[in-house]
Ligand binder design. Structure first.
Ligand code: KIV
Ligand code: NA
Length: 264
């Protein structure tokens, strides 16, 4: 199967085919999701919470994310690998954004990058796209701004929907190849999806986006805390792994593992 490239993602929108994206931060998930046909794997800054154990997405650094992107890009044969730019690594200037994004491409094999923000990110999106780095935008609820936004809350309700639409149009015009819409009312996400030329990728943004994304540990039930309502649980990995760990410990304690067949 051929490598997924940006024109394929655009063609799917143009044909009305909805596509999927999952996060991935290591070799086995990358191999499995790639083999399962997920066209885009996002090495999200959600690794901050889901890999490194920080309390939010703010602390994770470029140097912590680079090895994860390297592992994922080495492990896929088909999926497009999208690297999140972490908080503080691109907001200062288009030049800073370019330097950081270039590291993800050169040192870790990313095919594209993602950054958070609306109108204020137009110069960054232009700088990257004019210099060969495809960029996905991310608007609505943007976790790196949780303190400015006053916590995890739906963005773009009522009058704010018009502002969100203007941001989406500006990022489209600036050259973004797609945009994540996070925690946006379904009606606002539908208006944006119809208005912009590039694919919208929803998370908590209703049924009408061009694509959908979830964090893999959430949708496969590895994370066991209370989930936001936009998560659907497709597996119960925490239970599978807890049971396996218990069974191993019990076998060892009872002397039933290793058996003859595991011995030389
Ligand atoms: O970091 C992340 O996992 C994300 C997705 C939820 C879109 O940005
Ligand atoms: Na992110």
């Amino acid at each position: 199967r051929a490598r997924v490239r940006i024109p394929h993602l655009q063609a799917m929108k143009d044909r009305g085919e909805t596509w999927s994206m999952l996060t991935s931060y290591d070799m086995y998930t990358a191999q499995i999701f790639d083999e399962a046909g997920i066209p885009v794997l996002l090495v999200g800054d959600s690794a901050s919470n889901n890999v490194y154990g920080y309390e939010s997405s703010l602390p994770v650094t470029v140097d912590e994310l680079l090895p994860l992107v390297r592992a994922v890009s080495r492990s896929v044969s088909r999926a497009l690998v999208l690297a999140d730019l972490p908080f503080g690594s691109y907001q200062e200037s288009p030049e800073q954004a370019f330097r950081t994004a270039a590291r993800f491409m050169k040192e870790a094999g990313a095919h594209a990058v993602k950054l958070e923000g609306g109108l204020e990110m137009v110069p960054q999106v232009e700088k990257l796209t004019r210099n060969g780095i495809p960029v996905m935008a991310h608007i609505g609820f943007t976790p790196q701004s949780e303190h400015q936004l006053g916590g995890y809350r739906v963005q773009g309700r009522d009058d704010a929907a018009d502002t969100l639409l203007e941001e989406a149009k500006a990022l489209d015009a600036a050259g973004a190849f797609g945009m994540v819409l996070e925690m946006v009312p379904a009606a606002a996400a539908r208006r944006i999806t119809e208005a912009v030329s590039v694919p919208t990728v929803g998370i908590g943004a209703g049924t009408d986006c061009d694509a959908q994304v979830l964090v893999w540990q959430d949708m496969m039930g590895l994370r066991t805390e209370r989930m936001p309502r936009f998560v659907k649980q497709y597996a119960d990995l925490a239970t599978v792994m807890t049971d396996a760990a218990h069974a191993f410990a019990t076998d060892v304690a009872q002397g039933t593992f290793p058996a003859e067949e595991h011995s030389f």
